[in-house]
Design a protein around this ligand. Structure first.
Ligand SMILES: C[S@@+](CC[C@H](N)C(=O)[O-])C[C@H]1O[C@@H](n2cnc3c(N)ncnc32)[C@H](O)[C@@H]1O
Length: 276
């Protein structure tokens, strides 16, 4: 690499210094001027992580679709690649991975990136909710920070289906490696503080599994009222299913790994708009 910014045609752009704002493929016109502040431009142009949305291609952002269409390499977990497969150009290389081989496969993507290929790593939903550990792996493989393009999260679709105000809601995920206890305690505090919680459960394996039934049991054991209204939504934007009940009932229920949980505050916050 020669350290210069390259445009889509592989030509040095902006005299090797700065790409014209209108032509910036990842950051868009408003952020083009900031491109040199946080990250190396080289990394911005050659690899980008995008959110694929919740499953239906109709929820992929136009920016994400553009980046996939321009990519030389498109990488991600099988089920996520399936979401964007129909728009991956025939000339692009597809790198599939799973929990077992992700480190090795990301090393291959990083090698392609360092060889000057335009690489897109596709994440489920939005990268910034329950996606950061994967992002860290991408960055570790590349050896530098990587630009992200936000996607639409399952949490946003849930909010839309269930009419939830984000201002009054906290997001908690258990779908992560490492210590879960601080996140469990935080969830107890969120509900004690009379906020809603949107929760991603942990489906991986029997030993660590923290599914809606375990979440409910934990909360009840830590003094949370059994009367909190709960909704569990499965396969949002796909073959959707929804369950409505209260926390006390949830300990009896099984849901698939593709589920997201809403635990409402016991009382909705009063409206603060002006009197009618
Ligand atoms: C690693 S997390 C990634 C979440 C993603 N970053 C997002 O913003 O939606 C994966 C988990 O999110 C939840 N999830 C993702 N998409 C979903 C959907 N369409 N319907 C229900 N749950 C979903 C499931 O619990 C799934 O196991």
């Amino acid at each position: 690499m020669d350290g210069r910014v390259r445009g889509h045609g592989g030509e040095p752009a902006g005299g090797g210094q700065r790409l014209a704002a209108a032509a910036h493929p990842v950051l868009g016109p408003h952020r083009a001027d900031q491109a040199s502040s946080g990250h190396s431009l080289e990394s911005v142009f050659m690899i980008v992580c995008i959110g694929a949305g919740p499953g239906d291609l109709g929820y992929l952002t136009q920016r994400g679709a553009q980046l996939v269409a321009q990519a030389d390499v498109v990488a991600g977990f099988d089920t996520v690649i399936d979401v964007v497969r129909s728009i991956i150009p025939a000339r692009a290389e597809v790198v599939l991975m799973n929990y077992g081989d992700q480190v090795a496969q990301l090393a291959a993507v990083a090698a392609a990136h360092h060889a000057g290929k335009r690489c897109v790593v596709v994440f489920m939903g939005d990268i910034h909710f329950s996606g950061f550990q994967y992002l860290e792996r991408v960055e570790r493989a590349c050896g530098h920070r990587v630009e992200t393009v936000a996607g639409i999260s399952a949490a946003q679709i849930l909010a839309s289906r269930a009419r939830v105000c984000f201002d009054e809601t906290t997001f908690v995920t258990f779908h992560r490696r490492g210590e879960l206890e601080p996140f469990k305690r935080h969830l107890v505090h969120v509900l004690a503080d009379q906020r809603n919680a949107i929760v991603i459960p942990l489906p991986w394996d029997a030993a660590r599994s923290f599914m809606p039934r375990h979440i409910a049991a934990y909360l009840l054991a830590h003094g949370t009222s059994a009367a909190h209204p709960v909704e569990v939504w499965e396969n949002l934007t796909g073959d959707e299913a929804e369950w409505h009940g209260v926390l006390g009932d949830c300990v009896e229920r099984d849901f698939s790994g593709m589920s997201i949980m809403l635990i409402r505050a016991l009382a909705a916050m009063p409206s603060q708009i002006e009197a009618a």
